[in-house]
Ligand binder design. Structure first.
Ligand code: NAD
Length: 403
């Protein structure tokens, strides 16, 4: 994934006539922190924080707990964060953190110990004006609450603006949980409007979509679509074990309730159950990728039948597949714009914390809407006027702001 992201930045840099030294400088992280976390039980884990760029404001980026976390992945995600904050016009930089751990094998006490120790190692490098972490895969508001509590105890800095994605009682923002999914719905709605795209299935005025990955981002995308887009129909959803499919339509809110209660789609009884990857190859108008990176690669790209793909996960389509899909005329709404809703509302949380304010959900959603509409419109204009893919256009906007 690192190579794909770098190649894309290099090729767009060429189009902008940036010299090699400027591009190399853009790709290099400002700082990389690597350390080991030892728990009282004797378990040890590798941990990272990469601070890519603070040219536009404090570093900003999530922390993920996942067995596949490694330095290369965190580097790439930190670079993508700088590109994302720049592309959507936020006064923030980019960073990312992670621990190589499967949190499912930890007890609740061990998870808290791990979260607090992560902050102990990094306390002098983070803070409201330096680097503001947030949740990512397998981390959540509870983990942010432990982390900010640890940071406040260690440093005496009681500002709530040192972490975002906190619970409401610890200074979190209304609307943060659903922000990335909601931002994705706004992005798709705006693109369809700008392109005047007619994706409706066989004249029945319904846009049929499928969501790979029904965690925070995927389920909220589907729920917001269900509430606000009556002509969009969810016909399939997947998790890491199964795809569930019903051509007549599925209820996103019922599926989210089922996931919370039963955990696995493989046990779902009210629709057809297919294997996990089957979702990628369904005949749909829109395929939403909301699981992990590299979902579509050279190995499976030829089987994709969707007409438009929404990248809500980070880097779910690899470089070769991206080129192949573009040639086939499949539009891809790129990750750095489409999933920016999370960092936009994180930014709004940080602003509220700094000003000691609490905004209503309606105000947060209105601000999110405005940032997303502006970003999509700028990307679309750049893409049309310079004959670039939407991803190249998003990167071009970001590079202009970062150089
Ligand atoms: P999550 O852990 O809540 O959900 C991930 C879901 O993906 C889980 O339901 C899991 O079962 C599923 N999954 C994993 N492998 C799968 C596979 N092979 N096929 C189908 N499903 C699979 O995580 P999340 O917060 O929803 O994040 C999802 C993606 O969105 C990640 O790439 C993350 O980096 C990105 N993202 C998240 C945010 C945010 O605000 N949470 C913001 C920007 C980007």
């Amino acid at each position: 994934m690192l190579k794909s992201a770098h190649n894309l930045v290099k090729s767009v840099g060429k189009k902008l006539k940036l010299d090699d030294a400027t591009v190399e400088k853009l790709l290099k992280a400002d700082a990389e922190h690597q350390f080991e976390i030892s728990l009282k039980s004797g378990k040890q884990f590798k941990a990272y924080r990469v601070q890519h760029s603070n040219k536009l404001g404090p570093y900003k980026g999530g922390i993920r707990f996942h067995p596949r976390v490694n330095l290369d992945e965190i580097r790439t995600l930190a670079t993508l964060m700088s590109l994302k904050t720049a592309a959507v016009g936020l006064p923030l930089g980019g960073s990312k953190g992670g621990v190589t751990v499967d949190p499912k094998v930890l007890t609740q006490d061990e998870l808290e110990e791990l979260s607090r120790k992560y902050v102990q190692h990094l306390q002098s490098h983070i803070g409201p004006a330096k680097d503001v972490p947030a949740p990512d895969v397998n981390t959540n508001a509870q983990i942010m609450d432990w982390m900010i509590d640890e940071y406040q105890n260690l440093t005496g800095n009681l500002s709530q603006a040192s972490f975002t994605g906190k619970s409401l009682t610890s200074g979190g923002s209304e609307g943060r949980d659903e922000a990335t999914g909601r931002g994705g719905v706004i992005a798709l709605r705006e693109l369809l409007m700008l392109q005047g795209l007619s994706l409706q299935h066989k004249g029945d005025q319904v846009l049929r979509f499928a969501v790979q990955g029904f965690g925070n981002v995927g389920s909220n995308f589907a729920i917001v679509a269900e509430q606000e887009q009556p002509n969009w129909k969810l016909i399939a959803a997947s998790d890491s074990g199964a795809t569930i499919f019903d051509s007549e339509g599925l209820s996103a809110s019922s599926l989210a309730a089922f996931k919370k209660q039963a955990g696995r789609f493989s046990q779902y009884k009210n629709a057809q159950v297919l294997n996990s990857d089957a979702i990628l190859f369904l005949e749909v108008d829109v395929l939403v990728l909301a699981a992990l990176e590299d979902a579509i690669t050279n190995k499976n790209m030829q089987q994709v039948k969707a007409r438009l793909i929404v990248e809500l996960a980070n880097g779910p389509i690899n470089e070769t597949a991206y080129g192949y899909l573009a040639k086939k005329g499949i539009t891809v709404l790129p990750d750095i714009i489409t999933n920016a809703g999370g960092v936009i509302v994180s930014y709004l949380e940080w602003l509220q914390n700094k000003a000691d304010e609490r905004w209503t959900r309606a105000k947060v959603n209105t601000e999110l809407e405005q940032y997303m509409i502006k970003a999509i419109s700028e990307v679309y204009k750049t893409s049309s006027s310079q004959n670039l893919t939407l991803k190249e256009a998003a990167i071009m906007l970001a590079l202009k702001r970062l150089t």
